[in-house]
Write a protein that binds this ligand. Sequence first.
Ligand code: UD1
Ligand code: CA
Length: 494
Amino acid sequence: MSVRPPVVVVLAAGEGKRMRSATPKVLHGVGGRSMLGHVLAAARGLAPEQVAVVVGHGRDRVTPHLAETDPSALAVVQAEQHGTGHAARLALDALREKGEVDATVLVVPGDAPLLTAETLGRLVARREETGAAVVLLTALMPDPTGYGRVVRHRDGGVERIVEHKDASDDERRIAECAVSVYAFDGAYLAASLTRLTTDNAQGEEYLTDVVGLATSERRGVEAVVAPDHRETLGVNDRVQLAAASRVLNDRLLEHWMRAGVTVVDPATTWVDADVTFEPDATVLPFTRLCGRTHVAADAVVGPSTTLVDTHVAAGATVANTHAVSAEIGPQAAVGPWTYLRPGSRLCEGAKAGAYVEVKNSTVGEGSKVPHLSYVGDAEIGAHTNVGAATVFVNYDGVEKHVTHVGDHVRIGSDTMLVAPVSVGDGAYTAAGSVIVDDVPPGAMAVARGRQRNVEGWVERKRAGTASAEAARAASAPAATERAQVCEDGEVGET
Ligand code: UD1
Ligand code: CA
């Protein structure tokens, strides 16, 4: 039987007091996305007819975030938070203004980032198959404190949900919890939401009470028990935020390992939800891959590396590196201790070695910047070598300028390339040069003072120091030898 696309309502208006944060709870990040972003991604997996998100607390930030992550979702304002039932009622009112809501209505909380489209889809399918008024997702929680408990009849059917704060001691011993995820018959939900009371410990309209109403009206209530309670974890404080991040990370790593990626130490490897790999990529310990980072086949990333929105092509190696919005070409070598800033592009076989910083620059095919250099706003051609401690002096204090370096160039160690400037194909620069004028192809540019040796300076000006003594000894080796022999007393002065 084909399942009709549902209407999705996301509850995201609550304050999230226990986060103790200036940031609205649903905007806190897990695996590189907001919690709300995760819930929306799972919901979108069902190709829903409509998505409505109830916003309230912090809506000046939540609404723009929603417009950015899911522009076709409808934001419904709940200015004062009178409970989950009230929130759902406002959402349905807003949806019904656009037409009858007769599809299944899937309600999900905005603070449950681990829910999967698969589980949500099972709920919707069960609702459609059975015609039940409501199918609720439940979970067996190791610590059910705080959750609404699922009270079942003797025959095993669901009777009602009782909130923790309203529950008796016996009810609090129930491990099966409601997790704020339901598939409702849309028409029934709309009708019953107008009948909720606030006669409870929190003085709120409880969405959970729709379940009790439906059973008392013999309107079919079904429960789907989550196969793994961790998928349903709600985040109310920072401890649960970290726990959710860990669960998601384990899930992502397991997915990628099964897809052929070697993760040497899953315990110290963190990947965001939008990171992608090709089979036979390898990730070494203490590595974080963030945003839309991609790691291609046979590339080795880590140890101790952070990559943000960075593309690592096949066969590249990236060790002890911090890179943001960089492109690392096939067989390129980066690190150790390298910083690639936005716009860094290393072509095939290029190298950025130890203590090298690159920003908004291209390092051409086979070109190397092996040690201790800053490369900013540079275009470097192919098969060029940049000597140790070279600086692309791109900033005149007010503006940034570009340096062009051709193919097969040899930049001597400790060259300052003062932009704007260019070095032609096949040219050399002498070590220690400060290059302010363009260097023609094939030229050797020497731009440094000539060396002058002031003979005997140390013995004259630093007499009595160890240096002076060493200098004296070095300049009169024969005399020293004679003195040494004398001391030994074997041979007298000749
Ligand atoms: C709710 C459930 C509880 C369940 C738990 C699971 C009710 C009455 N209780 O309790 O049975 O075990 O979730 O996580 O439904 N929200 C609004 N507007 C409001 C109030 C809440 O949009 O007026 C949103 C919140 O932003 C949140 C969700 O609804 O995303 C759940 O609200 P929360 O306050 O976290 O409810 P719990 O007390 O956890
Ligand atoms: Ca909650």
